[in-house]
Design a protein. Structure first.
Length: 191
């Protein structure tokens, strides 16, 4: 059984889709990005014979409303969006799966709101951004010198600066630990 619809959240309206009606506790899926939609996670439909699997496209993403108000792109508003989705769908005790940005949002939601989750599964998301950056820089230092020089060349020209990429995506403002001071010169080439 599948259903879909829209939910009002702070700042606009988001689209959701629910599949399955198995006897297990529901699974709320929080996609990555910011800026992605849920589509790349639909392999989780395989769980639908055991439980309801619920996806939603976060505000500004996929089938959800596009908004131009940049003041909406904050971590707190995103946490409020999770609240609104859970409330509208009548979710109390359930499982939550967060991928990438969705994992960071899920962790922040669990810390801030302390919902009665049955489980929280995080996929490909750092729990500590300063440590992630430190470890990434340590890995970079292990690369061959010519590769490091190529990365440095791109960093000096601010090609794909992490902070700039997130801000230009106009999806969510960076938490304070993502600040330029924390990210240093960690940047990525456009190629």
């Amino acid at each position: 059984m599948a259903s879909e619809g829209h939910i009002d959240v702070p700042g606009g309206s988001v689209w959701y889709r629910s599949v399955g009606d198995g006897p297990g506790l529901p699974l709320l899926v929080v996609h990555g990005g910011p800026g992605f939609c849920h589509d790349y996670l639909t392999a989780l439909d395989d769980l639908a014979d055991r439980r309801q699997v619920i996806y939603w496209d976060q505000l500004g993403c996929g089938r959800s409303e596009r908004v131009e108000d940049e003041s909406l792109w904050t971590l707190e508003r995103s946490v409020q969006e999770v609240d609104a989705v859970r409330s509208a769908l009548g979710l109390e005790r359930h499982h939550m799966f967060g991928n990438s940005w969705g994992g960071m949002l899920s962790m922040q939601y669990a810390i801030d709101r302390r919902p009665p989750l049955a489980s929280l599964t995080i996929s490909n998301a750092p729990a500590n951004m300063p440590r992630f950056i430190e470890e990434t820089l340590a890995l970079k230092a292990q690369l061959p010198e010519d590769v490091q020089r190529t990365i440095d060349w791109h960093e000096e020209r601010e090609f794909y600066a992490l902070e700039r990429l997130w801000r230009e995506s106009k999806r969510v403002a960076l938490p304070s630990e993502f600040s330029k001071e924390a990210t240093g010169s960690l940047k990525r080439s456009e190629s």
